[in-house]
Design a protein around this ligand. Sequence first.
Ligand SMILES: C[S@@+](CC[C@H](N)C(=O)[O-])C[C@H]1O[C@@H](n2cnc3c(N)ncnc32)[C@H](O)[C@@H]1O
Length: 295
Amino acid sequence: MASSKRDPRRVPSPPRRAPRGKAAPPPRADPFDDAVLYDWEYRRRRDDVRFYGTLADERGGPILDLGCGTGRLMVPLLRAGHVVVGVDRAPAMLARAEARVRRLAPRVQRRAVLLRGDLRRLPVRRRFLFAVAAFHTIQHLATDRELTQFFAGVARTLLPGGWFAFDTFAPNRRFLERAGAPRDRRWARTRFRHPTTGRQTEYAENYRLAGRLLTTTFHYRTVGSRQRTTGVELEHRLLGPDEIRRLLAGTGLSVIATWGGFDWSPLDDRTEQHVYLLRRGKPDRGAGKPAQKIG
Ligand SMILES: C[S@@+](CC[C@H](N)C(=O)[O-])C[C@H]1O[C@@H](n2cnc3c(N)ncnc32)[C@H](O)[C@@H]1O
């Protein structure tokens, strides 16, 4: 396994000074700084791993895992016998992926490569039969330009007949109404034992929508401590099926199937989880479609 430019150290943010007469803003952090918390929060998210595993087995590798994060998907793909190259830009996520890969048997480790890099300028030369960007990863690319750059880059990394699968979060109207609520309104309030500190921690989230950019702020506060709430902001570009088809024009990729979830159900107006399967080249009426459970 190889890893380029690894730097798992967390860079502390400079202390924020409050403008005179005002309270200091709550401390902020990057959403992908805390890879241990990420894995803990999504430890029960398994449907997508099974779903992409099925597609991967059907198309075969080598596989490119785009925005591989902590290896949540990469490791099961490796265990299933595939060669997998994972790319991510977050040092903490990559460090955790690397630690996970190191725990695998040496013969499995040899099929893994981890690269630090940006999805808009993919740091890979080899070609793949299957590329995947799991868990809303493409929505971190905010502009049309970034997305078309990314799609064109993925097309260049695919072998003839290669597939690219990804999913998006498509919030319904009720969810989006929350984004218009007052800023101090919070949802999904809960308490949990923090996997790193072991301390009881309060959690809540709120949302803001500016154009097509949805910002979710995750609020964490250690119970019984004087520490202020930490707000972690995550931005997602909202993307619908028509928009995705428009952005794909001229990139060398075309849609061959869509689903409304990881249960292979059809995509419609009500589904909040959209899944896309693309192929390199133009669609050619069924050729290259997966055999699996397609309606
Ligand atoms: C929601 S996480 C998904 C991680 C993993 N695919 C999974 O399913 O658990 C999104 C990942 O994309 C990475 N990411 C976001 N924008 C990126 C970019 N421009 N270049 C490389 N990685 C990026 C983040 O660092 C993060 O690890």
